[in-house]
Design a protein around this ligand. Structure first.
Ligand code: PMP
Length: 379
């Protein structure tokens, strides 16, 4: 089996599994309990919080452990709009649904809130002029992801962070696809809020982080307990949190080496695809080494192959033909639909495919993938 769907989720690393087994065996205390098992669980969680904060160069008090990036995005957007009396939000139609849907819901229920969608260019980059042209205002929130989960495009985070600082806007960035995969120094590029999930970094599912600068200022979204300094009710999963700490530590320690491996894989895949499919197109900036994640390559094959991902699956190859969040259906992703409109393409003229790598993949796997693709498309 060849797994090229790492943007959907990644396999657990053996070191992370060991951490989880250790945690599952010994760390069963409820971190709110006052006895020794509870105190041990609490200490473990707080140590992990400090460890993660030191990697990210932020205050540990501002990190909230959640069930993943979807919850983190919901918590941040809802709480910030409420607490800071936000009147305008700038975002983009290329965001993940866990940003789009809460924003649409907030707009529906708040007549004073205006949503402004930044326009996408043909290459999936965003027109930032409405942001830079806007006058300073402390009731404005900007929510833009760092690395796009479909096409891999990087946002110029430094530039947007600088604009937001100059104008007094709040800035939230969904870092789910980029954290641990691309160099990011949050002490140099300050963000007010960010979110990520452990499972994109070879950690467990259903655990992630919401970072809120000065977190104590914000209301919780899940009510019913004082966990996470009152920002999120519910008994935290010490095991998942501990394993997330391990996964993050490994990705930071090995970041250069892993990134070199992924870049090599991505470059080789680009080369082989171009060699074998002369009319192949690369969606967004995914072919651009500097301007896109080294984890994601999004291509379009000429012609209509609605069952392509299923056919590849039969060949033992896992890729995505739509967003993983709607996998199971062959409906193409919203991001590709937007690019299709901009390029005047239809479902009949091209078939998009997202191939996403991790450092665990090999060049031989790419060769096998190309052979299978040739067999399906050219038969
Ligand atoms: N944001 C982005 C950019 C993502 O890729 C994902 C996962 N598809 C999420 C948010 C949601 O993550 P989770 O499913 O772990 O909540």
């Amino acid at each position: 089996m060849i797994y090229f769907d790492n943007a959907s989720t990644t396999p657990l690393l053996p070191e992370v599994i060991s951490e989880m087994v250790e945690g599952l065996t010994h760390q069963y205390g409820n971190s709110s309990s006052l006895h020794q098992k509870g105190r041990a669980a609490k200490a473990e969680i707080e140590n992990t919080r400090k460890q993660i904060a030191s990697f990210l160069k932020v205050d540990p008090m501002d990190l909230v452990f959640t069930s993943g990036a979807s919850e983190s995005n919901n918590l941040i957007l809802t709480s910030v709009v409420k607490a800071k009396k936000i009147k305008k939000v700038f975002s983009s139609p290329l965001e993940h649904k866990s940003v789009l849907d809460p924003l649409l819901d907030l707009e529906k229920n708040n007549k004073d809130l205006e949503l402004v969608w930044l326009k996408a260019n043909k290459d999936g980059s965003l027109d930032l002029a409405p942001l830079s042209d806007h006058e300073p205002n402390s009731e404005v929130l900007v929510s833009l992801m760092h690395g796009n989960n479909e096409i891999g495009n990087f946002l110029d985070l430094e530039k947007v962070s600088e604009i937001c600082q100059q104008k007094g806007f709040f800035f939230h960035s969904d870092l789910t696809q980029s954290l641990g995969h691309s160099p990011l120094d949050l002490s140099q590029t300050p963000l007010d809020f960010f979110s990520f999930s452990a499972h994109k970094l070879h950690g467990p599912k259903a655990v992630g982080v919401a970072y809120l600068k000065n977190a104590f200022q914000y209301p919780p979204q899940i009510l019913g307990g004082s966990q996470e300094s009152g920002l999120r009710a519910g008994t935290p999963s010490g095991v998942n949190i501990r394993a997330m700490g391990k996964a993050l530590a490994l990705s930071f320690e090995n970041s250069q080496e892993n990134s070199q491996k992924r870049s090599k894989l991505k470059n080789y895949a680009i080369e082989k695809l171009q060699e074998n499919f002369e009319d192949i197109e690369f969606n967004g900036l995914s072919q651009n080494r500097e301007k896109s994640l080294d984890t994601i390559l999004n291509v379009s094959l000429k012609g209509e192959f609605p069952m392509l991902a299923f056919q590849l699956d039969l060949e033992g190859i896992c890729v995505s033909q739509g967003s993983a969040c709607s996998s199971g259906s062959v409906k193409r992703s919203k991001v590709i639909e937007i690019l299709d409109d901009l390029h005047g393409r239809t479902e009949q003229t091209h078939t998009p495919l997202r191939i996403s790598f991790s450092h665990l993949n090999t060049l031989e796997e790419i060769d096998r993938f190309i052979d299978s693709l040739l067999k399906i498309v050219k038969s």
